[in-house]
Design a protein around this ligand. Structure first.
Ligand code: PEP
Ligand code: MN
Length: 336
């Protein structure tokens, strides 16, 4: 971090600033220019409140040189992270499609979809048991029973299962879940993130509806700081002024994140676009841009789905998307 001081800063004011910074365990390096004095801070600046320093009378501006996230930072982990989800690997050249219904609705529904998506090449099965719905009157999920049905689909197909946790008190019920999803609405539920840092299970961390990439990485940092380093990031569209799509798919997250972090990145075109007919082109684009995986909603009968029918692909449409994606995959952008 560097602090640029205003012209006319008195020597004793600068000494006071230095003494305060030293008391925080930081070293200071002063460089005296013709017009400005620059104070370089050396040490762990992650706990420094930049706004507080910037608000001081003698300070012209403050700049962070290093990102405030350490565990999630590629600078300290040059190798891509490979997350092992019950034997299925994602990241570091391993590409996976996570597919399944928005919500688990019945044994027949989830087992049938699991069989179909597996045949098309999906590596993991998704299905919501606890649903974060905008309306309290909408279907809220089958809860514990939904997790049991996912387990049955796993037993039948061998696909590892992915499901969203909304409340940390439900954690014991998630014991059979192989990859725990933190949904967009909970990306900044810091108590939940902190608790998930204490467990030894991979986490799929979705980007919040209106969060920056840096905020998202700081949420990953919350989990990683607790010791759980197996995080997969999932871009699912952000809120913009556009109304023709449910959200705006920010595919630029792929090159941005590839430079900033070693964590794998999965793209969810279903929640981003909101309409089934838009899923294929964006799944192809995300694959070409070098995503480590995709998350796609599939339903046997989208018009009667209890949740997110408009964006759900039929198993046949999913098969077509998967074929296109696997064809593109060998030509996908690679990052150094
Ligand atoms: C979901 O994956 O079913 C879901 C609710 O996603 P998001 O948190 O991205 O809205
Ligand atoms: Mn959904």
């Amino acid at each position: 971090m560097i602090v640029v001081l205003r012209q006319n800063t008195k020597p004793e004011q600068m000494e006071n600033l230095q003494a305060w910074l030293h008391s925080l365990g930081l070293e200071t390096h002063i460089s005296q220019g013709q017009n400005h004095t620059i104070v370089g801070l050396v040490g762990d600046t992650s706990k420094i409140d930049m706004d507080l320093v910037g608000s001081m009378d003698i300070v012209e501006c403050v700049k962070r040189i290093q990102e405030p996230f350490k565990n999630a930072n590629r600078k300290f982990h040059n190798e891509d992270l490979v997350v092992d989800v019950a034997g299925v690997k994602i990241g570091g050249g391993n590409f996976q499609i996570i597919a399944g219904p928005c919500s688990v609705e019945s044994r027949e529904q989830v087992c049938y979809i699991a069989e179909q998506v597996k045949k098309s090449g999906a590596g993991l099965l998704r299905g919501g048991a606890f649903k974060p719905r905008t309306s309290p009157y909408a279907f809220q999920g089958l809860k514990g029973e939904g997790i049991e049905l996912l387990q049955e689909a796993k037993a039948q197909t061998g696909l590892p299962i992915v499901s969203e946790i909304m409340n940390i008190t439900h954690l014991p019920m998630f014991e059979p879940v192989d990859l725990i999803q933190v949904g967009a609405r909970n990306m900044q539920n810091f108590d939940l993130l902190r608790e998930l840092g204490k467990i030894n299970k991979p986490i799929l961390l979705k980007r919040g509806l209106a969060n920056t990439i840096d905020e998202w990485l700081m949420s990953a940092e919350y989990i990683m700081a607790g010791g759980n380093e197996n995080i997969i990031l999932c871009e699912r569209g952000i809120r913009t002024f556009e109304t023709r799509t449910r959200n705006t798919l920010d595919l630029s997250t792929i090159p941005v994140l590839k430079r900033l972090t070693h964590l794998p990145i999965v793209i969810d075109p279903s929640h981003a676009l909101g309409y089934a007919h838009m899923v294929k082109p964006m799944a192809m684009a995300a694959t070409a841009a070098g995503a480590d995986g995709l998350m796609i909603e599939v339903h046997n009968d989208p018009t009667h789905a209890l949740c997110d029918g408009a964006q759900s692909l039929t198993p046949e449409a999913f098969d077509d998307v998967a074929k296109a994606v696997f064809q593109i995959r060998p030509f996908a952008c690679k990052y150094e």
